[in-house]
Design a binder for this molecule. Structure first.
Ligand code: PEP
Ligand code: MG
Length: 874
């Protein structure tokens, strides 16, 4: 029979055993082996926590026997005795899961104190003030944490003594005062529990270990795990460790530090220290701690000893450490080390510096980057100090990252007007946005919409522009006409200052100061290293020269999606698109198209020029009609602009009305009905390519047909496009390579991937539509109920944000395999919003895609995520 090892002495385990010993326990073991001074102790494994729950909330007799045996070993190691009348061993009992869950679980300090141990300690230390102080701390902590005594019951005792004696701070209390506090606390616990305070240290220890196991399953711990994706079955370990005291007098103290500055990454020891204090005094913030530099001045010898250990720890862990330490009577002990949390900017600086110091290889440096923190470096963020008083009014979907403040406006026209007149910073709040809002979106700092999800118009446009956006904010109600909005019943008139955070989805009242992002040299270095490592291509979704240039700056290798309908958002152009849509005969449509052609020609020429030598994939028109048609109340004005009668426009709108525009007459369906649209676009693309090629630049145009469900649609349209393109190229008499491919964004197209592969030179997955159609969740409406789905754990993530690997992913895998079999030369990528999301990027890498394409501001994230996917899956 294999003997179960339930407990590890510090030094028996290693840092790799986090799953079994928890993060804290594994690192304490490791430090002990390294020779770092850590107080003696042992770790009860996480498996024992799982056992505790499996036994219905009880520890096994075997574990209790092992605890007695290991406590004996502790006595031998320390030379002290648990419950001794002369030299008692005192213990701390702390939780420690695989990943840190700060403040979520319980800790008990000074365990082992009893009336007789107190007497022994007083005799040994000659310091009754200190001993009574730690006894009262222990009684309160044990009473509250282990025995469930209400904390309010302890409240008045200390305050009364201070008041009666006119003391300002705790340090003024005398030994007699602390004794009085402890005695009163003992009575409080006895009264509340109906039993005297336990005077057997072993009973205290068993009760404390139970309490730590119980704290794994408190509601707050469960919520924390849900929020942070920590599995409920992991359980916590328990660390039982000899107490060392930072509060025995002025020769003692306690501190917390980071081995590098966690905000900037600067190589400097950064933290705080308090003389004559226990760790919780720093956290509680009752006294003002010293900066470490001040501590170094007062105690240079210990400081030197400490920094030598820190250098050693960094070299050993190859990472910045977050350390807790205590000095007892001039002797230094380390109580904890772990990899320190840091800002995105600090993470990057530390990775690059550690490579230069020889601590990390380039690969390790790239792997150490928290890819989700990169966003902080690309968008404004709120100033941390300013956040202290911020009040969250409501939360929507975190649709496009960054922070912004400004006065609220409810219409794009008004936004443009106010901006023009006053230049003030504005935030656009709308029920939803449409192409007509583009003017307002350009002048505003950020957007909030009541409806819509992660792939709504507002979300997609915001990401493209690098502005922040909160969508699907259901508690919001906007009364545009009367110029106010309400959030949970409270009214806010137009021009009220607000702040929004598209990284969290939070909406705040008032102005919160923001900080601009910094694109540091180290960041560029990490991007360069990541680019060398990754094998997946990273391209950009860009519809204009500005976005293309931004994407290039971030390292885009081409344009993977140019949404041509986005090129018509401009007021003058939208009119021609509307003319084209409402035309009831080919002649009128061709007339409208002829007006659009020069605009397209100019746009494409700019894109090809900007992207010289790189692929530019232009998708043929795919306007969900409702996004381009006027609302009923806009009919009179739009009819006037179009030069037709309002009744005629109204009738046309009725004919064009669709019940499900997202599943309606859009994409290639529009082109099948009106091939002249594709012909015009193919002309514009090839004419632009010829012009740029003639100017001596290399052009690589790709023409992409959207939303096919059958290969016949692709064949039908390809014939028109090819004929148009080949004729133009022949006329120009130059060599010009172009490709025709398609998007796979309907489940049927994915199912017939083998056939699609035979016809297409490339495939790009439109995972926004593919998600919509696979789940049957409308992209425009899913925001309303998806939050509920997440809360009730029906689905783990918003499938419009992170690709659903199980369902949608299966279609992608199958289609990729079949398309590559029928056409080994085919190039396959993805251009849905998932192309910039790290977990999706990992999936696309594993599936063997050639590239991902995402909004310009997500390119750095995609590059690092692609490199990490390569390293992870090697
Ligand atoms: C998609 O559907 O994933 C896509 C890229 O196209 P759009 O978002 O424009 O529908
Ligand atoms: Mg699509």
């Amino acid at each position: 029979m294999v003997k179960v090892k339930r407990i590890y002495m510090f030094g028996e385990g290693t840092k790799e055993q986090k799953n079994l010993l928890g993060g804290k326990g594994a690192n304490l073991s490791e430090m002990k082996t390294m020779g770092v001074p850590v107080p003696a102790g042992y770790t009860i494994t996480t498996e024992m926590c799982t056992d505790y729950y499996a036994n219905g909330g009880k520890n096994s007799d075997e574990l209790l026997a092992d605890m007695r045996e290991y406590t004996k070993r502790l006595e031998e190691e320390t030379g002290k005795k648990f419950g001794s009348d002369t030299d008692p061993l005192l213990l701390s009992v702390r939780s420690g899961a695989r990943v840190s869950m700060p403040g979520m679980m319980d800790t008990i300090l000074n365990l082992g104190l009893t009336d007789s141990a107190v007497a022994a300690m007083i005799a040994k230390t000659g310091n009754p003030k200190f001993v009574w102080d730690i006894y009262r701390r222990f009684i309160q902590m044990f009473g509250e944490v282990v025995q469930g005594v209400e904390y309010e019951l302890f409240d008045n005792v200390l305050e009364t003594i201070k008041e009666e004696n006119g003391y300002k701070g705790d340090l003024e209390l005398t030994a007699a005062d602390w004794k009085s506090v402890a005695t009163q606390y003992l009575a409080i616990v006895a009264k509340a529990t109906g039993k005297p305070f336990p005077q057997d240290p072993m009973v205290q220890l068993e009760m404390a270990v139970n309490a730590v196991f119980e704290s794994w399953d408190t509601p707050r711990a469960v919520i924390y795990r849900d929020h942070n994706g920590i599995a409920h079955h992991w359980g916590t370990a328990v660390n039982v460790q000899e107490m060392v005291f930072g509060n025995t007098g002025d020769n003692s103290g306690t501190g917390v530090l980071f081995t590098r500055n966690p905000k900037t990454g600067e190589k400097e020891t950064w933290g705080e220290f308090l003389f004559n204090a226990q760790g919780e005094d720093i956290v509680a913030g009752i006294r003002t701690p010293l900066k470490l530099a001040e501590f170094a001045e007062v105690s240079p010898k210990i400081y030197k000893e400490l920094t030598d250990i820190l250098d050693n720890l960094e070299a050993h862990y190859h990472d910045m450490q977050d350390v807790e330490f205590t000095i007892e009577e001039g002797v230094l002990f380390l109580l904890q080390t772990r990899n320190g949390k840091r800002t995105g900017a600090a993470g990057i600086k530390i990775a690059v510096d550690m490579h230069e110091e020889g601590l990390l290889t380039k690969k390790e440096a790239v792997n150490s980057i928290d890819v989700n923190a990169i966003d902080q470096l690309l968008h404004p963020v709120f100033n941390e100090e300013a956040m202290a008083n911020a009040e969250i009014l409501t939360t929507g979907l975190a649709a496009s990252p960054g922070a912004a403040t400004g006065k609220i406006v409810f219409s794009s026209e008004k936004a443009a007007k106010i901006k023009d007149e006053t230049g003030e910073k504005l935030l656009l709040f709308r029920k939803e946005t449409s192409p007509e809002d583009i003017e307002g979106m350009i002048v505003c700092e950020g957007f909030v919409t009541q409806l819509g999800g992660m792939t709504s118009h507002a979300a997609v446009v915001a990401r493209g522009m690098g502005k922040c956006c909160v969508s699907g904010c259901g508690e919001l109600s906007i009364n545009e006409e009367e110029g106010y909005m309400t959030i949970n019943g409270v009214k806010y008139p137009e021009l009220t200052p607000f702040s929004i955070d598209g990284t969290t989805g939070n909406v705040y009242a008032g102005t919160i100061e923001t900080k601009d992002p910094e694109f540091s040299e180290e960041f560029q270095t990490i991007l360069n290293w990541a680019s060398e490592i990754k094998t997946l291509g990273v391209k950009a979704n860009a519809d204009n020269k500005r976005d293309a240039e931004q994407a290039l700056k971030f390292g885009a290798e081409g344009i993977g999606l140019c949404r041509t309908e986005h090129m018509f958002f401009d007021e003058e152009r939208i009119l021609d698109v509307r003319r084209m849509i409402i035309a009831d005969n080919t002649a009128d449509r061709e007339e409208a198209l002829a007006k659009i052609l020069p605009h397209q020609l100019k746009d494409f020429t700019e894109l090809f020029t900007a992207m010289e030598g790189k692929t530019v994939c232009i998708r043929l028109l795919d306007p969900p009609l409702h996004e381009f048609l006027p609302q009923l109340d806009e009919v009179p004005e739009v009819a006037k602009d179009l030069g037709i009668k309002p009744e005629v426009l109204e009738r046309t709108l009725e004919t064009l009305h669709e019940f499900n525009p997202m599943l309606g007459h859009r994409g290639c369906r529009l082109a099948v009905t009106y091939p002249e649209i594709s012909v015009m676009q193919a002309k514009a693309i090839i004419m632009a390519a010829i012009a740029v090629a003639k100017s001596g630049k290399v052009v690589k145009p790709e023409i992409m047909i959207p939303l096919i469900a059958t290969v016949a649609e692709l064949k039908y349209l390809k014939a028109f496009i090819k004929e148009t393109a080949d004729n133009l190229i022949a006329e120009a008499g130059i060599d010009l390579d172009y490709k025709i491919g398609t998007m796979v964004e309907t489940p049927r197209a994915a199912l017939v991937g083998g056939q699609v592969g035979e016809e297409a030179e490339f495939i790009s997955y439109g995972t926004n539509d593919l998600t919509q159609m696979t789940f049957g969740f409308s992209r425009d409406d899913a925001g309303k109920f998806l939050k509920e789905y997440a809360t009730k754990k029906i689905i783990p993530n918003d499938p419009f944000a992170a690709v659903d690997q199980e369902g949608v992913g299966q279609l992608v895998e199958m289609c990729t395999k079949n398309a590559k079999t029928s056409n080994p030369n085919i190039v396959i990528g993805v251009c849905g919003e998932h192309g910039g999301e790290p977990s999706s990027i990992d999936f696309f890498h594993r599936t063997g895609l050639d590239y991902v394409s995402c909004s310009p501001f997500r390119i750095p994230v995609a590059i690092v995520a692609a490199a990490q996917a390569e390293l992870r899956n090697k």
